[in-house]
Unconditional design. Sequence first.
Length: 134
Amino acid sequence: IDDGDDTLSLVEADSDATDNAGRFGFSCHRHSGKIEVELVLLDRDLADVGGVIARGDYPHFEMLPDETSFEFKIESNDFAGWTMTFAVDASSKFLEHLGQTGEIRYKLGQDERQYGPVAGKEVIPSFLAACRQQ
């Protein structure tokens, strides 16, 4: 957990001295009730999103078990490649599950996927508590 001013960040990293922040990153303003999530898309995710767009459809993501309708942005950058960013409620079941298991479950179209358990999962509950509204 990086506590700079009133902003908290949680990333999965190989060590404190690395720029490799892992596949998922989380940030919030302390006690704001919202968490910004950044997901680095895998080649498989990109292929599925590309197929959906080629068919003229809109990609549908869900963060399981309860975040089924949210706005997201997919973009490319030189550091992480293709990423998806979105905001979720800090008290969501999706984040509660992450805090309990260190696992992230999501659905792209009809295909359910799982990531984790993430390294350093023992700090996740304190991060979530600091982000929740009081």
